[in-house]
Design a protein around this ligand. Sequence first.
Ligand code: B12
Ligand code: SF4
Length: 448
Amino acid sequence: MPPRVLFTTVYNDSGELYDYIGANSRSRWFRFYWPRIQSFGLRFLKQNIPEIEILEYPSMEEYRRKLEDGWDVVGLSFYLNGTHEAIEMAEIAREKGVPEIWAGNYGALTPEIQGHFDKSFIGYAEGQVAPYFGRQVGKVIHPPLIEYLNTPFNVKLNIYGILFTTRGCGVGCKFCQTPVFCNKPTPIPLESIERVIAYYKENGINVVVIEDENFGGNRRHADRVVDLFEEYDMVWGCMARADYLRERIDQWADRKRRSGRLSGFTGAAIGIENLHQETLDQMKKKEGTEEIIETVKKLQKYGMGSIGYYMIGFEEDTEESIREDMTKLAELKLDITQVCVITPLPQTPLWNEIAEKYGIFDADYHHFDGKHLVWNHPHITPPRMEQILDRSLKTVYPWSAPLRTSGRVWFSAYKYGGLKGLGEVASYITRANNFDWSRASRLLDANI
Ligand code: B12
Ligand code: SF4
């Protein structure tokens, strides 16, 4: 009999799902919702090693109940800000007599907490876990990963399939843990990508969002993925570096215009990080502010969507300088602007630098979520930083932002597809609300 292995994310007793837009907006009046309903990491593991059982965002009670079934291994999947919950769950599992407790995902990178677990898995783990079941993972199979965009009235606006095309990044930005987690970019096999795109298409999902760390880092692979989208007539967007996007946007927009359809490239999320070149250079971002802004403007010129990631609280930042930067950032009129407070993460160069120069005073890992100041900043106190963040988010995501986005989507649909384009956007709403959500829990057949 194979060992009984349970992998779970950390518990959530708040009664609410984590909502990415909620985390990055302070709008009390109206906003969109992007709830986190599936754990992508656990789905990949289950898809490739079906013997594992998984639990996604359980309540503490559900977790305790599940433990009663008896397990040889309990594995916890967590980010740094879920560390306390992961340790608590590990202790409960031990009390229940589970012989082995494992840690995985980015939270497992923290050296100080690894002692709470029998094993810590660093990086993408299908290949590391499979031998436990006496086998190996050849080509990684991409599971279906499905999410939706919601409104306060529970009318869903869109349903989309998530896609990962490569894993890992070695660029080496000072603040980022990815180069420690997995610094060798590895492509997901194209046949695996094609299979999941076909699954989305068959199930009425025609929008795909790529959430790679660095889509386009491998130009050849990325271009072939784009060809697949064209073949399957998909609408798609991606999280990517500005340099790759800048090279390709004109061509993608042109393809779209010529096709007279909405399918094709529709927008991107870009790490702007900071509007000051010296700060980007210091962070070893290896990109130019001007080029990043130019890429955003290009997206907007073509009516494409834009999400920007931005960081505040660098050592030279003051309340006044952040206020000025936020005014400039708001002028970019992005659809969503994720503003994070710069947070030293374990094993990054930034962690060592800040720890030595200023000291990291906060021992509460909940605060390592990019929304709190956890170190001794030379000009700003932690409570003041929270107020500055609130004000910044209000500036970059005013109540009118969702209206602006809706206007852009409809206008762009008309621009590229005429009346048919408008009908197609309306069909997104019908597709999302008529989708049989029990399908979202299905995985693909194991054979590829
Ligand atoms: C998509 C994503 C999100 C989505 C998650 C969507 C979802 N449904 O899961 C959303 C938007 C919700 C999100 C939010 C946040 N995110 Co995020 N996110 C990512 C992103 C881009 C991809 C993650 C992913 O799904 N990868 C694909 C899957 C297959 O890989 P995986 O999750 O790593 O899982 C593999 C391994 O980790 C391992 N594994 C996973 N679990 C387990 C468990 C066990 C037992 C074992 C053995 C192995 C194992 O095996 C898996 C398969 O190979 C990463 C960037 C990146 N480099 O990965 C950032 C990243 C993970 N996010 C990060 C952060 C900081 C956040 C936020 C705190 C940001 C914020 N301030 O808003 C929040 C926290 C959310 C929360 N409280 O839970 C950081 C994590 C840093 C850290 N130290 O924790 C990352 C690395 C970005 C970065 N470079 O800074 N995020
Ligand atoms: S921030 Fe992005 S580009 Fe920089 S190292 Fe991390 S994943 Fe790579």
